[in-house]
Design a protein around this ligand. Sequence first.
Ligand code: LLP
Length: 404
Amino acid sequence: MKYINKNLSIEKVKFSNIAKKFGTPTYCYSYGQLKENINTFKKSFNSFSPLICFAIKSNTNVNLIREIKKFGLGADVVSMGELMLALKAGIDPKKIVFSGVGKTSNEIRYAIDKKILLINAESKSEIREIEKISKSKKKIVNIGIRLNPNTDAKTLKQISTGKKENKFGVSEKTFIELVNYSKLSKNINLKCLSVHIGSQILDYKPYEKMLKVVDRIVKKSNYKFDFIDLGGGMGISYEKSNKKLNYQKYNIAIKKFLKSNDCKIIFEPGRSIVGNIGSLISKVIYIKESNKKNFIILDAAMNDLMRPALYGANHKTLPVVKTNQISKKVYEFVGPICESTDKFTTLKHFQKLKEKDLVVMCDVGAYGMSLSSNYNLRPKPTEISVKGSKINVIKKRQKLEELI
Ligand code: LLP
């Protein structure tokens, strides 16, 4: 994304042209950036050729997942819907892992029928349920067990998953018990230890700690795991000041782990693959100024992009046409929804804006559209992908008739 003659552009296409053609709000994804992210990810860890399972929850656009599949990636799914979507996008079932603390019997049955690589179980009850279903189907099912390594991911509390107070995975003690239980089972084949300590992790040290715990538990369980699934969580840079995760340092820690562990590594990245490929264009509906506060009221709202309302996340916001006229006022950028948390950001020294001007919110490719809703009965936005100067509509704007 860059300014070409003062026009903010995604690859070779001006955002103003996209807005003219498809209306606003609209999600736009850069194919070039997607390709770069996947290649960088692969290159960073190529010495041990991991299986990279894209976390479908971060972006559920089937056309985008089809593109991701072309790079050989598998999928990490957390519901029957996501599993169906991954299969529809053509992802090989032998590259699909199923995570989540509350898989229903129906979901387990479906996953077994589709012969996916692994069901990563998160409790004793779930293992019993998988065992019961596989027995009734006269099958042997490959499973993983998710360990809760009690490791602080040093990220937002709301997206931390690896501490003992979190609902995810099982404790060390239960893990060992479940390994011994699985060894005796005729219908389950324990293949994997899985972990996922959180999301938007910017420091490699929590990963290093997590690997030390995993190493200790593998040795203690005295069991040969074919796979170690390290989850996702690799953080990206949302603002100039915050660095992204140093892959090199993480790679060194994994290589050290692999010296004494002969297994295939699985990753489940979401944000690091699609986060910075997406932008949301929005139009200023009204500008409302008062003594107390000034508001830029956009046509995008928290139903389109939930992260600021949900986590206080801040997405860089840019004017679509640069004028270099800077406003002296402070503006709160808000949406039209009837909630005070429907607020994107507060900016000082932003470019002077007029009603009908366009702005772009950056780095919304992960957990942007996938967290969107129809709150206030607002239709979900159009999604387009851009490759050079070519635009593809990869999901049409919802029609009100579909909702009413
Ligand atoms: N694997 C498991 C088991 C997960 O729970 C998650 C994310 C991932 C992989 C992918 O993590 P990633 O590489 O994308 O960090 N809505 C929040 C993020 C929630 C993440 C939930 N789990 C946000 O907008 O920041």
